[in-house]
Structures are given as structure tokens and as C-alpha cells.
Design a protein around this ligand. Structure first.
Ligand code: ADP
Length: 737
């Protein structure tokens, strides 16, 4: 008892979920325990009751296993340990008793549980019983029926006073969903027990071990002693020992319930603890190891049946949802307006998922069907809650506990299931579920009472298990997995339809743009072409007039004729530029390796430049890398940029132009120390007919447009760094090809 008290005082309310029940330090006395070292096979620990349990007096001087158990067992154990396989049980007779040895691993030790064994049921009778049970369970069609049969069968076989099937909810509270009991006992069916009744460490052991027996809550604990009395070793981990002592808190709990003995098995579905089958007896009671194994096995059979029924329910609900989803899809494909397709036909979004109402929120417009919060409230719900979650699917059964403003509309929307329709979490479909006010019958007030000593609150389990009703509001029916998955699939479908519609729209616009561009190019080409002939005429006749008329004394007429000639020359250049601009769009690019050194050399050595700009110093890097691009366009780009650089730096004191390649930016550059470009207009310079410089600098405003178009066709890049009155550098490349 001293030990138990120690543990009680070490456990307070805040750490009750951490109670170290696996190293409790004692066992229940319906068995005895021996611990050996896995390497030396030497006995290191034993339970105090070992000698009395084995009915041997001279146990004071044992050292090895052979002092305790038959040699055959030791040979079997060694073999299995070496082969690293599951350790088998071993039965032997001593006096008039049958003993059972149950070895198992615990860290670097082997624990051997020693239990007494009742007479075995003849295997034929056992098999018959089993067949009978299996066929009864297989016939059940609902969870209620399976659970009921499970408790009945277990009560019949093992003879406890009460057998309950206990199901955990998502917060680990348990509910008794089936019960078979002696007639004189009051029913606990439908009662709930708070999660703290079976705290986390106990749940973890249940998941691992599967079966737990408490033979007598008034048992005298048998402490685990060490052979050398040193007590220096770390405590023995008893997780897998079915003799493990019981948490004092749990003992007190059972005593408060007036229960003397219990047997509990775990219902494990898909690797998770789904529930428990708990047997209570109002006198001390034990069942032997093999019976407990049978109980564990039967519970697993129930678990499989529960899983099967769950899967069947899931499959049938999924099928139904799938049919509705396909119909909605068809509507989306055949009705052009998305909103109408989802709301105006049968089935609509509200028919799709079982709900009170639904909202479709798209492009700042809210459309609703059925019972929903006000549109204003939906808008706030999205802005202040859903958008912040940043989840493509969000669901809850009690919205107001996550978002306080939702308290105003718990009646219509205690539960929501929302799918987002855009990356910015502004567009949503939200299904709303109304509040269901439920009364929960707790087995006693779930608030455990504690007492405070030295500033620490110590845990005491509940004393009363009288029905304690609690009204639960603000919650809706649970969203089933099949519904959440169906909503996710619908979301995928909607996104595909929306993207497809958007693509079609863009394609249509693109085609229109291409057509207009083509028309414009054709138009400018033919206009420029058609203007050429009359321009030649004007230029030719002006020259004839100038030669044939003697106008030496007539300055006015001479000036007029010269203006006609120079204007038609300018016009000719302009037509040339427009023609080459419109030609670019009409031809495909033909990439070949182009030697830029040769291209630049030709441009800067053309007689035209040398004559017109004799002051300008031009420096071209020697080893410009080759470019894989359309040779004519490369020449056009370089010519335009170099002539611009020379043109716009001609009036500087020492005009200077440099052509080179910048490795870090993977770009060629043309740099000058000319007039620079006002930052404000940088965006504009690549447009046709944009001229920023004064009339002192000749030009048509088309050069850079040609450059940009050529580079765009190559999927290359062009950018500019410039400072007014200091100079300009154009960087460019022709893409990665
Ligand atoms: P333009 O025939 O007028 O030179 P561009 O299309 O080649 O036409 O250039 C558009 C405008 O960009 C020019 O009018 C000029 O204002 C500006 N610009 C282009 N290159 C330079 C440069 N290297 N230095 C300063 N301004 C420039």
C-alpha cells in the first residue's frame, strides 16, 4: 500500500496523462514474475511472491533459471531468442498444479510471467464454440447488432457480471454502446465517460497489449525485487506483462464503482484504438492466460466486423455522392453559366451534400440556397476566418468554438464544410449544418475532484457514478469522410472546368489579337509600299524642276524645292523603317550560329557612320560569343542599337560607344555616354513612333520597336540602364536556344 500512496502523491491533475504506469514496480499476485538478463540468462529480478506462488520453500538461493524452471523450457527459450522469433509459452506440472510460463522481451531483459493454468477446454468443444460465434457475428448487419452480440457472447463465455462495449469519440471520451449484464444491475447503456477515465498512457498500453486483467482490486501488490538487493537498476518496463500492477488511481476508481475485478480488451480498427470491451465483476475473479487470449481474439473478430460494416457504409454513401457529383459535372459542362449550373438545376449544390443550406461565393458575389447565415455574415466568415485558415478544404462541427462571431448564427450554421475555389481564398462553396442540441448522459460528473496540498492539486477519481446529464449546444451532425472526400472531388472538377473555360477565353482573345495584328501588318505593308511610287515621283519632279528652271535668283523657290527633296528623303527612310517593322511579324525566325564580331565590325566600319560621326570613338570587344539566332534580325538589332548610341552621343565632348558581352547577365550590351533617357519614359521607348529626343536628332521612332519585336520573337530579353546627360546602356540576348 505504501507504494500506491507514493504514486498518488506524485501524480497531480496536470500530469495525470503522464502517469508512469508501465514502470509501476509491482505486480498483481495472481501470478509471479522473473526477470533475466538477455545475454547471461542470469536472474536479475523477481517478484516477492515467487517462492510462495511456486510453492517452493528453498528459493532463497537461486541464481539461474535452472534453479526455477524445467531445462526444456530454458532450451526452448534460448533457441527462440537466438532465432529472434516470438517467444512461446511453456506449461509444466508441479505438485498438483499446472504452471504456465509466458516469456516476453522488455528492453534488454526477458520477463517471464508465471501463472497457474486451469484445465483446458477439450479442443473439439472449443472449436465448435468458436465456429458458432463466428457465424453469429458474420450475420450482423449494423454496428448496434454486432456490439450487442459481442457483449452477449463474451458474458456467456467468461461469466462476468457486466460486459460493456465502449466506443471512443474523437476527444477520447467513451460511450457505452452495448451492454449485457446480470438482471439485478442497473444499466449503464448510453452513458459517457470522460477521456480522463482512461488516460493517454493507459490507452497506449491498451493499443500495444490488447488485453488487461485486474483479478482483485483489493490485491496485495507483490513488489519486484532485485536479486542483489541493490535496487540500483532502472525500473522494469512492464508494458507487456499481463501481471502488471494497477495504477492506484484506477484502483480507487474501480472501488468507487464497487467493482472488484475487471477484464478489458482493445477494439483496434485500422491500427487505431476504436473502443474497448470491458467486463466487470463484483467479486474477485480471474481468467487464465489462454482464456484471455481467446477473449482478445474474439474482440479482434468484432473489430473486423465493425470495420467491414463501416467500410460498407462508406462505400454506399460514396457511391451515392459519386452519382450526384457526375450529374453536377454534366450540368457544369452543358450550362454556360457556372452559377446556374450549380444552383438552378436538380441536383444542385444543396442536394449534393446533406446540409441545411449552401453558399456559392464567387467574384465577390454570394448566392445562397436553403438555411444559411446572412450574406453579410458569410462575407465576414470568409474574410476573417476561412481566408486566414488558408485551407483548400475546411470543416468543423462547432464553428463558434473556432470563430466567436459565428455564435450569432449557431442555429443555422454550427457546422460548415467549405471548399475554396481560388488561390487567394476569396471564392468558396460552403455547406452549412444546423445546430443539434444533444443531451449527454455522463457516468457521474466528468469533472474529477482534486485536493490541494502544498500548492499542488492531487488527483482523485470520481466517487459518484450517478447519471449526470449535460446539454451540448453549438454542434452539428458530424461530417462523414465520404462527404469530405466527395466535396474535395467536386472542388477538383470545378477547378478543371474553370481553368478550361479560362483557357478557351484566352485562346479566343489570342486569336482575335493575332488576326488584328496581321491585318495591321498587312495594312502598313501595303500602305508603305503604295506610298513609295508617288514619293519617287515627287522626289524626281522636284529634282527636274531644280535643274531645268533657272532659279539662281529665286531663293524662295530654291528653298521650297530643297525642302520637298529632303522631306521626301525622310519619308523614304520612314517608309523603309515601317516596312521592315511590319516584315518582322510576317516572317518566321530561322536560328543559325551568327558571329557577332563580324556583324558589329561591318556596322561600325560602314562608310556612312565614319563620314557622319568622325569624332566618335567606338570600342568593340574582340571575342563576343556566337549567338544562335536569325541572322538578319541579329544584324537589324545591332545596327539599330549601335546607330542610336552613336546618334545620341554625337554632341558630347568626347563621344564614346562600347559594344561588349556581360557574362553575369548573359547579355550583350551597347553603351554610350550620350544624352541618356528620362526614367519616366523608359517603358515607352520600345513602342512604335515614340521619340523623346529633340528634333536635332533625326529618326523615325521605329528602331527600338523593331529591336524589341525581333528579341521577343526569339524569346530573348532587352533592358536598359540610363542616366540623363551621362549615357545609356542597352543589354540584350536572344533567348536560350
Ligand atoms: P529613333 O529613330 O527616334 O532613334 P528609336 O525607336 O530607335 O527611334 O528610339 C526611340 C527613342 O528612344 C529615341 O527617339 C530616343 O529618344 C530614345 N533613345 C533610343 N536610344 C537612345 C540612346 N542610346 N540614348 C538616348 N536616347 C535614346
Amino acid at each position: 500500500m505504501q507504494d500506491q500512496e507514493k504514486i498518488i502523491t506524485a501524480t497531480n491533475l496536470t500530469n495525470c496523462d503522464k502517469e508512469p504506469i508501465h514502470i509501476i514496480g509491482h505486480i498483481q499476485p495472481h501470478g509471479a514474475l522473473v526477470v533475466i538478463d538477455m545475454k547471461s540468462y542470469a536472474v536479475v529480478n523477481y517478484s516477492e511472491n515467487l517462492s510462495s506462488f511456486l510453492q517452493t520453500d528453498n528459493l532463497s538461493s537461486f541464481h539461474s533459471l535452472s534453479d526455477l524452471f524445467p531445462d526444456d523450457f530454458i532450451i526452448q527459450l534460448k533457441k527462440e531468442l537466438e532465432a529472434n522469433i516470438i517467444l512461446s509459452t511453456y506449461t509444466f506440472e508441479k505438485g498438483r498444479e499446472n504452471f504456465l510460463l509466458i516469456p516476453h522481451l522488455s528492453d534488454d531483459k526477458v520477463i517471464i510471467d508465471v501463472e497457474k493454468q486451469e484445465d483446458k477446454l477439450p479442443s473439439f468443444t472449443f472449436q465448435q464454440q468458436l465456429n458458432n460465434i463466428l457465424s453469429q457475428i458474420e450475420k450482423t448487419t449494423s454496428l448496434k447488432e454486432t456490439s450487442q452480440i459481442a457483449t452477449q457472447l463474451i458474458k456467456n463465455i467468461f461469466g462476468y457480471n457486466r460486459v460493456m462495449l465502449y466506443r471512443f469519440d474523437k476527444d477520447w471520451n467513451g460511450e457505452v454502446i452495448a451492454e449485457t449484464k446480470d438482471e439485478n444491475l442497473e444499466t449503464w447503456l448510453g452513458l459517457r465517460y470522460p477521456a480522463s477515465d482512461i488516460p493517454k498512457p493507459a490507452r497506449e498500453i491498451f493499443l500495444k497489449q490488447g488485453v488487461r486483467i485486474i483479478s482483485d482490486v483489493y490485491y496485495k501488490p507483490s513488489p519486484i525485487l532485485s536479486l542483489d538487493n541493490s535496487n540500483l537498476q532502472p525500473p522494469i518496463n512492464l508494458t507487456n506483462s499481463e501481471l502488471r500492477g494497477v495504477s492506484p488511481i484506477h484502483i480507487e476508481y474501480l472501488k468507487n464503482m464497487k467493482v472488484n475485478a475487471s477484464l478489458t480488451t482493445s477494439i483496434i480498427v485500422n491500427g487505431k484504438l476504436w473502443g474497448l470491451i470491458t467486463c466487470h465483476h463484483y467479486k474477485a475473479k480471474t481468467v487464465d492466460y489462454f482464456q484471455r487470449q481467446s477473449c482478445k481474439f474474439l474482440t479482434q473478430v468484432f473489430a473486423n466486423q465493425i470495420n467491414l460494416l463501416d467500410t460498407k457504409k462508406y462505400v454506399s454513401s460514396s457511391k451515392q455522392l459519386e452519382t450526384l457529383r457526375k450529374k453536377l459535372m454534366l450540368q457544369m459542362q452543358s450550362v454556360s453559366k457556372f452559377k446556374e449550373a450549380l444552383l438552378n438545376y436538380q441536383p444542385n449544390l444543396k442536394d449534393f451534400i446533406d446540409c441545411g443550406g449552401v453558399a456559392l461565393v464567387r467574384k465577390n458575389k454570394i448566392n445562397v440556397l436553403g438555411g444559411t447565415p446572412l450574406k453579410k455574415e458569410i462575407e465576414i466568415l470568409i474574410r476573417e476566418h476561412l481566408a486566414k485558415q488558408k485551407k483548400s478544404i475546411y470543416f468543423t462541427e462547432s464553428l463558434s468554438s473556432h470563430f466567436a462571431s459565428a455564435e450569432a448564427y449557431t442555429k443555422t450554421a454550427s457546422g460548415i464544410l467549405a471548399i475554396s475555389l481560388d488561390a487567394n481564398f476569396k471564392d468558396f462553396i460552403i455547406w452549412f449544418r444546423p445546430e443539434i442540441i444533444t443531451t449527454i448522459e455522463w457516468g457521474g460528473n466528468p469533472e474529477k475532484n482534486g485536493y490541494v496540498k502544498d500548492g499542488v492539486t492531487y488527483l482523485h477519481p470520481r466517487k459518484s457514478f450517478e447519471k449526470w446529464s449535460e446539454k451540448v449546444a453549438g454542434s452539428s451532425k458530424v461530417w462523414e469522410n465520404s462527404e469530405i472526400e466527395a466535396a474535395a472531388k467536386l472542388q477538383e472538377n470545378i477547378n478543371t472546368v474553370l481553368v478550361k473555360k479560362q483557357k478557351e477565353k484566352i485562346k479566343l482573345l489570342n486569336n482575335k489579337l493575332k488576326r488584328v495584328n496581321k491585318e495591321l501588318e498587312t495594312f502598313s505593308y501595303s500602305v508603305s509600299h503604295d506610298l513609295r511610287a508617288p514619293l519617287r515621283g515627287i522626289d524626281g519632279y522636284a529634282r527636274i524642276l531644280k535643274e531645268h528652271l533657272n532659279l539662281e535668283d529665286d531663293d524662295y523657290s530654291t528653298h521650297a524645292l530643297e525642302t520637298i527633296i529632303s522631306s521626301s528623303k525622310k519619308m523614304d527612310v520612314l517608309i523603309d523603317d515601317i516596312l521592315s517593322y511590319s516584315k518582322i511579324g510576317r516572317q518566321d525566325i530561322r536560328r543559325i550560329p551568327v558571329d557577332l564580331n563580324a556583324v558589329v565590325f561591318e556596322i561600325i566600319n560602314s562608310s556612312n557612320l565614319k563620314i557622319n560621326y568622325p569624332q566618335t570613338q567606338i570600342k568593340a570587344e574582340k571575342n563576343l560569343p556566337k549567338v544562335f539566332a536569325d541572322s538578319r534580325m541579329v544584324t537589324q538589332v545591332c545596327a539599330n542599337l549601335i546607330t542610336n548610341a552613336i546618334k545620341y552621343s554625337q554632341n558630347q565632348k568626347e563621344p564614346f560607344v562600347e559594344i561588349g558581352y556581360k557574362e553575369e547577365s548573359k547579355a550583350y550590351f551597347v553603351k554610350d555616354n550620350g544624352i541618356g533617357i528620362d526614367e519616366k519614359y523608359i517603358d515607352k521607348i520600345f513602342n512604335v513612333f515614340t521619340r523623346l529626343a529633340s528634333a536635332d536628332y533625326e529618326g523615325s521612332g521605329i528602331g527600338l520597336a523593331i529591336v524589341k519585336k525581333s528579341i521577343d520573337l526569339h524569346e530573348g530579353k532587352i533592358w536598359v540602364e540610363t542616366k540623363l546627360n551621362e549615357g545609356t546602356t542597352f543589354f540584350f540576348n536572344f533567348g536560350n536556344a
